[in-house]
Ligand binder design. Structure first.
Ligand code: ATP
Ligand code: MG
Length: 446
């Protein structure tokens, strides 16, 4: 039997032979499953929720699949909204938690969201329209990976395995259902999903799932930037940003998401441009592990820092003032990036501010540091300065000065500013010393 073609008859893993207990499932998801069931419908948990529970991990969310049509789901739940026009889904809302309820579908799909389109294909084999309901077997077939096509049936508490997902789960294998090249062509984002799950779960790609990626990465260029923005957040804000980045580069996918950054990584070997980015990704992972918030704009500021420095250097060399050049470089780098992954204004504005604050940190005398401390983006700018210091872009003393300045009380700050005025701060003294101007191209923006 070909393991990648779902069988009509699933392998049934009875309750006694798997580890999913109802106590691990969100009470709201259980409510939805039970109500569908008592109204006479089939109802299963599916996707990441089942996969993660089987692995003993805490699921991010719980998705429900049912044979009830969206309108029927809507009638059963007062707190229910139907979303998507061509790809209808029911969202049942319980306070902050949303349980997504999807009707079993036939054929392939692009995603469980409003952008989701269906089984009519374009000239590249990409799906461009769909809303065909089907049986649970059809539904298993249209899913991406075998480990994502496991169903937890609320009627029997059994796990239903149509695509040999249990075996792949045991062996740590990410394997596409069906013919790999065709499945990537239908929806190229599956290449990113393969990498994301490999990094998240510590799994490896099955050779047949891995092989086509080298020649199909370019198909990502046709995906709407808004969808790629969402995917980028999932890639880098899931707690495994560093290993995800390494894998994306390994499979040559990173350059299709961030071409300008890839260019810097590939051609500026002597400047070690990976360092700041990798440190930023590592920090992001650590913060997520510690339960601290992470912001997309900080991540994007780090992802595009090398292209920004490159452009800034060119504009300065062309004779612009530092302020003009910084503003224009930021505009240009962001304009270029949004052709690939969207960056909503609420993120691009703070990114520009983080960048624009960087030169202001070199001024440690007079009243300016106090003004900078009051800037709404001070904290993010300072964190970015620490990153730059950690990879040798700025003097560690400068970063230390700002750390002490922040922690000091009012008198302490005044003393530091005075000391600096009297020539006490070493960083300032250094920058006052006349020095030969090095050509911009060789020295970067520092
Ligand atoms: P997580 O939520 O942990 O990121 P997940 O597997 O639940 O992982 P979702 O994006 O929430 O991923 O999607 C839920 C399920 O929908 C998947 O497990 C998969 O079965 C199916 N799915 C999602 N996107 C696609 C796609 N592009 N192609 C085919 N099936 C998909
Ligand atoms: Mg999910």
């Amino acid at each position: 039997m070909d393991a990648t073609i779902p069988t009509r008859q699933p392998i049934v893993i009875p309750r006694a032979e798997h580890n999913i207990s109802r106590s691990q499932i969100s009470p709201n998801a259980l409510k939805v499953l039970y109500r569908l069931r008592s109204a006479g419908f089939r109802a299963c948990l599916v996707g990441g929720g089942v996969r993660d529970l089987l692995l003993g991990r805490e699921p991010k969310d719980f998705d429900v699949a049912t044979d009830a049509h969206p309108e029927e789901v809507h009638r059963l739940f007062r707190n229910c909204r139907l979303i998507g026009r061509r790809f209808r889904l029911a969202h049942v809302q319980f306070g902050q938690e949303i349980i997504e309820v999807a009707t079993f579908r036939a054929m392939q799909m692009v995603g469980d969201d409003e952008e989701g389109l269906g089984p009519v294909l374009d000239e590249n084999g990409r799906i461009i329209s769909d809303n065909v309901y089907g049986t649970i077997e059809d539904d298993a077939w249209r899913r991406d990976f075998t480990i994502n096509a496991l169903y937890y049936d609320i009627e029997s508490f059994a796990v239903l395995d149509y695509a040999n997902g249990m075996e792949d789960l045991r062996n740590g294998v990410i394997r596409l259902i069906g013919e790999p090249e065709q499945r990537y062509r239908e929806d190229p984002v599956r290449m990113l999903r393969a990498v994301r799950f490999a990094a998240k779960l510590g799994f490896r790609l099955h050779p047949s799932t891995e092989a086509p990626i080298a020649s199909l990465g370019h198909l990502l260029r046709d995906i709407p930037p808004a969808r790629l923005f969402d995917e980028v957040l999932k890639l880098f804000m899931g707690g495994q940003a560093e290993s995800t980045f390494e894998l994306l580069r390994h499979y040559r996918l990173f350059g299709h998401l961030f071409p300008a950054t890839e260019h810097c990584l590939a051609y500026q070997k002597d400047h070690y441009p990976r360092t700041l980015l990798v440190k930023a990704l590592r920090n992001t992972d650590d913060r997520i592990t510690d339960g601290k918030p992470v912001t997309p704009y900080f991540l994007y500021a780090a992802l595009l820092w090398e292209p920004l420095k490159l452009r800034l250097g060119q504009l300065l060399a062309a004779g612009m003032t530092e302020q003009e050049a910084t503003e224009l470089a930021a505009e240009q780098v962001i304009d270029e990036q949004v052709r690939h992954t969207a960056i909503p204004k609420r993120y691009s504005q703070p990114m520009k501010e983080i960048w624009a604050l960087q030169p202001r940190f070199t001024q440690t005398g007079g009243r300016r540091p106090l003004k900078l401390l009051g800037h709404p983006r001070f904290r993010a700018g300072y964190d970015f300065l620490l990153l730059r210091a950690a990879c040798g872009e700025v003097e560690p003393k400068l970063a230390e000065w700002w750390t002490r300045f922040q922690d000091a009380d009012e008198d302490g700050r005044e003393a530091m500013l005075r000391a600096d005025k009297e020539g006490g701060a070493k960083t300032r003294r250094r920058s006052r010393r006349p020095r030969k101007r090095r050509p911009v191209a060789a020295s970067g923006v520092e």
